[in-house]
Design a binder for this molecule. Structure first.
Ligand code: SF4
Length: 402
């Protein structure tokens, strides 16, 4: 099994009515018992996520969900969790009994999710298949599964692999920015905020990506950068720094040295860099008494001088408008609440998928909310814009045509 982070793994969500055979199907995909199977409807309560190696796709996340027809107060909450998973799915598999015709609810689901990469898996294929299910259902591919013998599972896996050719691919951290044999310097402060004994995910992913691209990687703390830079016999293609030391790094390397940050790389990889650049332009327009929302994506451990809750508000108040109120959230608020904010500042989103971030940004864009991200905010605060955008000509031009 590879160690692809869960956030990078394509998400395949299985859903359907209770007792449609979802958990048996999951067990057959894995070739062993990973989900509890029972004749009692509603055995799977909350979504269960497991990684699986799927041919040329590598590691994928298979998500088994509660029945779509779950009832009662708890059942409604489970259905909501299932819908949340469907929203972030790369591929959705509707699991339905093959021996009965599709219910009204299932047909509504097909209608609603047909623009997703949808597959129908008809289970109970050991019995007689209902004639309705043998007919074409729009363009949606269907597979008949015998959960007793495992027949149909290989076809289902191949159908998933084929559908993935249509899925929006998440780029790698330095995609298009380097060539073979380039030298790239990574500046990674090891301060109190750094996790003990390891690097953080954006740093690890960037190192691996550079090695995959046959580049050389030199990793230094900000204090040693100037010393080692002056000794280099070759000019690095790029310096990638933690955004929190942008000012020191920019001052310690020549002005013509291409520079950006991990957070800006991830704004491009996970989100929409151009949209974030347009949002950063709005930083100078925040009105007195206005509100800014800092939007993170996970429950990471907070240190005393936390970037989102402490450093960014402090810098903004010092540099721009002391009367502004900062609020903090991990989930995107309702449209009604969003209207209260003049700006949203997103984290790098290293723990979520591009689909998660795209869904979040679509909501912000539909509500006409200006948004930027941590890296761009800090580049602005430390006076490193537009320099930090030089590796990205389109977004660089967006900024200078301010
Ligand atoms: S809050 Fe955002 S940037 Fe920080 S670890 Fe979580 S996903 Fe990554």
């Amino acid at each position: 099994m590879t160690n692809t982070p869960l956030s990078e793994q394509p998400k395949i969500v299985l859903f359907g009515l209770r007792n449609a055979g979802k958990s048996s199907l999951v067990n057959n995909i894995f070739g062993r018992e990973v989900s509890i199977v029972s004749n009692h409807a509603g055995t799977t309560t909350d979504p269960v996520t497991r990684s699986f190696e799927l041919g040329k796709l590598g590691s994928v996340a298979i998500i088994d969900t509660a029945g779509f027809d779950d009832v009662g107060e708890l059942g409604n909450l489970r259905v909501k969790k299932t819908i949340d998973r469907l929203e972030i799915a790369d591929i959705v598999i509707l699991v339905s009994r093959g021996d009965t015709s599709l219910t009204r609810e299932e047909l509504e689901i097909i209608e609603k999710y047909q623009n997703k990469n949808l597959i129908i898996a008809f289970t109970f294929a050991d019995g007689e298949i209902h004639t309705d299910n043998t007919k074409k259902i729009g363009q949606t591919p269907k597979v008949f599964i015998n959960n007793i013998t495992g027949e149909g599972i290989d076809l289902l896996k191949n159908t998933i692999i084929e559908l993935f050719d249509h899925v929006k691919r998440e780029i790698t951290p330095v995609e298009g920015l380097t060539n073979e044999n380039d030298l790239v310097i990574l500046v990674t402060p090891i301060d109190l905020a750094a996790p003990k004994g390891r690097l953080i995910l954006p740093q690890v992913e960037t190192i691996r990506d550079l090695l995959d691209k046959d580049c050389s990687v030199l990793i230094v703390k900000e204090r040693e950068l100037r010393y080692i830079y002056d000794k280099l016999g070759v000019k690095p293609k790029l310096v990638i720094t933690d955004s929190q030391v942008f000012n020191k790094v920019a001052a310690d390397i020549p002005e013509d040295q291409m520079l950006t940050s991990f957070s800006i790389l991830f704004a491009r990889k996970k989100g929409d860099l151009a949209y974030f650049v347009e949002g950063a332009k709005y930083l100078k327009n925040i009105k007195p008494e206005g509100k800014i929302l800092v939007l993170e994506s996970c429950n990471h451990h907070k240190q005393a001088d936390d970037i989102g809750t402490v450093k960014i508000p402090r810098l903004f108040k010092q540099l721009a408008e002391p009367s502004v109120t900062f609020e903090f959230a991990k989930e995107i608020p309702s449209s009604e609440k969003l209207k209260e904010y003049q700006l949203v500042i997103n984290c790098a989103g290293c723990m979520v998928t591009k689909n998660d971030m795209t869904r979040r940004l679509d909501i912000l864009k539909n509500n006409q909310i200006h948004a930027t991200n941590y890296g761009l905010f800090l580049a602005w605060a430390f006076g490193v814009l537009p320099r930090a955008l030089e590796p990205f000509p389109y977004e660089y031009n967006l900024w200078i045509n301010n």
